[in-house]
Write a protein that binds this ligand. Structure first.
Ligand code: PFF
Length: 452
């Protein structure tokens, strides 16, 4: 337990569950399958795997090193490693602002998910005719009260876990929810794969089509790799500060990455074969989960309702452990400013709920949809900022700091647990990947994305 407050994970297993809980979320189940299919299936997958291993995992290890070395929140960690030069705190600040914005939009979508879970339970979804799901979603998401009530409810669950503490709240909930999530997902996969005509969905997901892999697709693969692994914005610095002193950072990072990747692939297998088997179009964004899937569930008859309940529960639980990590990053910072943990969690929740409600009211035809910033509705602006722009920018600053400014001896000492663990991979990791491959790849993809 490296932090001043004595908060920390009790074991490497607990740390892996918590960090995998952060990584596995809406990004895996809701976003990955759709963009994988859209940008060329197997072709996209190859690029995605490259980014996950050579940028995402390298960043995760870097953040863990920074976090455990300092035992501080991101705003204090960077200056602490740079002889207290205060300018560096802006790198941490940029990450925390990004966390705040992601959490706001995450709450809106998680609120929708909770509503759909409720509507599956009560049978409302089962009573909707096939052609009406689009209207149902738009009317619901653009209305005033219902989305707000569910997003607040979701935030209340999140805040309660944070108030519970790192070990007794976050670690305990993650250890419970992650295995449940895997079981629910496997059940859905088996059902989806055994439907007649499922193979077209598997082909859509995996068959490489290099003609669909555009520059935009490559940028999407990078954005997705960072977002999905929760790296770049400092959340893994926060969890790194809670890592046990004897935790093997390489092994832990590999486990988290494998879990995250496996769940993304399994989500695709749970969703697309069913979509194709039921003769539906694999559309993207909110459409897939909230408009197409309910239709698929209804066409499965009585068992479909059960699958609908299971699916939306799965999505809500996955979103919960991710939202927890985002709120924890904000709470850790505020509580290190001598505000108690409970008060910090409540204050941060209160601040973020204002933005989340504004984003919800600005969605679709909502009552604030006329309010525009830079020509965009608030929800769309947040989506763009947090989906494609801010994470790569923050990630670039983090990896440049790690590769070019942080002391090499500190990194070696931390990765080797003070010389007790062999780190034969160090030269390749540090001199090749962290200093050159990761920053250059980030820079190239970012610049080409901005030009486009
Ligand atoms: N990794 C989460 C997902 O895939 O849904 C989202 C996320 C959580 C992004 C935490 C960033 C973060 F700091």
């Amino acid at each position: 337990m490296a932090t001043k407050t004595g908060e920390g994970f009790s074991s490497s297993f607990g740390a892996i569950m918590a960090a995998a809980g952060s990584a596995v979320g809406l990004g895996n189940i809701w976003r990955f399958p759709y963009i994988c299919g859209k940008y060329g299936g197997g072709a996209f997958l190859l690029v995605y795997i490259f980014f996950v291993i050579f940028i995402g995992m390298i960043l995760m290890m870097s953040e863990f090193v920074i976090g455990r070395r300092t035992g501080e929140d991101p705003m204090k960690a960077y200056p602490k490693l740079m002889h207290h030069r205060p300018g560096w705190k802006f790198v941490g600040l940029a990450g925390l602002i990004t966390c705040f914005l992601i959490l706001a939009i995450y709450l809106v979508i998680s609120g929708w998910t909770l509503n759909y879970f409720w509507e599956s339970l009560t049978g409302t979804l089962a009573g909707i005719a096939d052609g009406d799901f689009g209207t149902h979603f738009n009317e619901f998401a653009s209305s005033v009260w219902r989305p707000v009530i569910f997003l607040v409810l979701f935030l209340v669950f999140t805040t309660i876990v944070i108030i519970g503490g790192v070990e007794k709240g976050i670690e305990r909930v993650s250890k419970l929810l992650m295995p449940i999530l895997v079981v629910l997902l496997l059940v859905l996969c088996v059902r989806s794969l055994t439907l007649e005509g499922a193979s077209a969905g598997v082909a859509y997901l995996f068959q490489p089509d290099f003609s669909k892999l555009t520059g935009e697709g490559i940028l999407a693969a990078l954005g997705q790799a960072l977002f999905s692994l929760s790296v770049g914005m400092g959340v893994m610095i926060v969890y790194g500060s809670y890592l046990p002193v004897d935790d093997n950072i390489l092994k832990t990072s590999v486990w988290i990455t494998v879990c995250d990747f496996a769940i993304a692939i399994l989500s695709g297998i749970a969703i697309f074969p069913a979509v194709f088997a039921c003769g539906q179009d694999p559309t993207g964004g909110p459409g897939l989960v909230y408009q197409v899937l309910p239709m698929v569930f209804n066409s499965l008859g009585g068992i479909g309702r059960l699958f609908s309940i299971v699916f939306f529960l799965l999505l809500a639980l996955a979103a919960l452990t991710s939202a927890i990590s985002l709120l924890e990053a904000l709470t850790q910072w505020l509580s290190s400013e001598k505000v108690g943990r409970t008060a910090s969690a409540i204050l941060m929740s209160a601040a973020v709920v204002l933005l989340a409600v504004a984003a919800s009211l600005s969605f679709g035809d909502g009552i604030w949809s006329g309010f525009k910033l830079g020509g965009m509705q608030l929800f769309d602006l947040l989506d763009k900022l947090t989906g494609t722009i801010l994470p790569p920018v923050c990630a670039l600053m983090t990896i440049l700091f790690f590769g070019w400014f942080m002391k090499k001896d500190d990194i070696i000492d931390e990765l080797s647990n003070h010389g007790t663990v062999k780190i034969g991979y160090f030269n390749v990791f540090y001199y090749f990947l962290a200093r050159f491959v990761a920053p250059l790849a980030l820079l190239i993809v970012l610049i080409s994305g901005l030009i486009n």
